[in-house]
Design a protein around this ligand. Structure first.
Ligand code: MTE
Length: 328
């Protein structure tokens, strides 16, 4: 719809320094610079930031972490782990505001009790509490790269379990061609959801083959602790070969279906944020290049890589789908 498209252009699609108010941007630059200066780092407290942006105290799953790292997944040459403070204070979570500084507002999200409905084309439909799910799943840590469609990137030590484990639990039937994920909806705590021009709740979807791929990771923790609210507690997706908007946060419902679902951003601007959204430096976004990305820690621009460097694991998924707009 016309007004929706214009609206999206005004906010999310601008280079992020334009999409964020200037003082917030300057502050962020100072933080990034400060952290990069090692011994001379400016303390978060001096910048007026919360000194602990990771509110995992009191989380009943805290004792499960840290979990054992799966050494198979490495960041690759020249990439280092993005500091926790950057990852926990620079977020996209439109339910809490259409800018990056939502970490304080996101603390209003109540993450217990938290039930997840698993339904649709499955043998074992269920509603399961997050702590029961955590008990059933083999948790591990993986270091993943993360590339946002806005052309910034970071790396994250996620904890969680492979989506294929959840598929074993749900037992999809032969009609299950897609998996649809839906976030919570509660405008009493999420002011962004009062903005009626967005198609709430946030929805994302992948194919069943993508869901079965070894890279598809259900996140329950980060940095050796339960995942903080601003990063999508208590359950989010990590699809490191796709643009970041596919990695839906705070999941409440997982539906197996034979029809391709329409996702949140696809409904707003399908030509810009399509269903597939695989990273490709050679396919520009209609309004900017995807050739390089800005490392959130160093501020440096680095070359982007097809499938964000995970081609070995995922390229086969797409060999018979070359007629699809795989990179939009
Ligand atoms: N999930 C929900 N529910 N709401 C959102 O606004 N933003 C997406 C994705 N998942 C979003 C979401 C976008 S655009 C990005 S880039 C990543 O979350 C950001 O994840 P991060 O804040 O942990 O870096």
């Amino acid at each position: 719809m016309h007004f929706k498209r214009n609206f999206v252009k005004k906010i999310w699609d601008l280079p992020d320094h334009k999409a964020t108010s200037e003082d917030v941007f300057l502050n962020r630059r100072q933080i990034v610079k400060g952290l990069g200066m090692g011994g001379l780092a400016i303390s978060a407290a001096k910048l007026g930031l919360p000194t602990e942006a990771h509110a995992s105290e009191g989380d009943p799953s805290a004792s499960l972490y840290p979990v054992t790292r799966n050494e198979k997944y490495t960041l690759g040459e020249g990439r280092t782990l993005t500091p926790e403070r950057i990852n926990t204070t620079y977020n996209n979570f439109y339910e809490f505001g259409s800018h990056k500084q939502i970490h304080a507002a996101a603390q209003a999200l109540k993450i217990r009790p938290w039930e997840i409905a698993i339904d649709g084309e499955v043998e074992k439909p269920m509603t399961i509490g997050i702590d029961d799910l955590l008990n059933k799943m083999p948790l591990e840590e993986r270091l993943y790269r993360f590339r946002c469609v806005e052309a910034w990137s970071m790396t994250v030590p996620w904890s969680g379990f492979e989506m294929s484990e959840l598929i074993k639990l749900a037992q999809p039937n032969a009609n299950a061609k897609y998996v649809r994920f839906e976030t919570f909806q509660d405008e009493s705590i999420a002011p962004g959801q009062k903005q009626f021009w967005y198609p709430w709740p946030y929805v994302e979807a992948i194919t069943i083959e993508e869901a079965m791929n070894e890279m598809t990771f259900m996140v329950t923790g980060a940095y050796g602790k339960p995942v903080p609210k601003q990063m999508g507690a208590p359950l989010r997706l990590a699809l490191p070969w796709k643009y970041g908007f596919k990695s839906i946060k705070s999941i409440k419902k997982i539906t197996f279906t034979n029809e391709r679902p329409v996702s949140f951003w696809e409904e707003l601007a399908a030509k810009e944020y399509g269903f597939w959204a695989n990273v490709n430096p050679e396919v520009a976004h209609p309004r900017w290049s995807q050739a390089t990305e800005r490392d959130l820690e160093t501020g440096e621009r680095i070359p982007s890589v097809i499938y964000n460097g995970y081609g070995e694991q995922v390229a086969d998924l797409y060999k018979d789908l070359q007629d699809q707009p795989l990179f939009m």
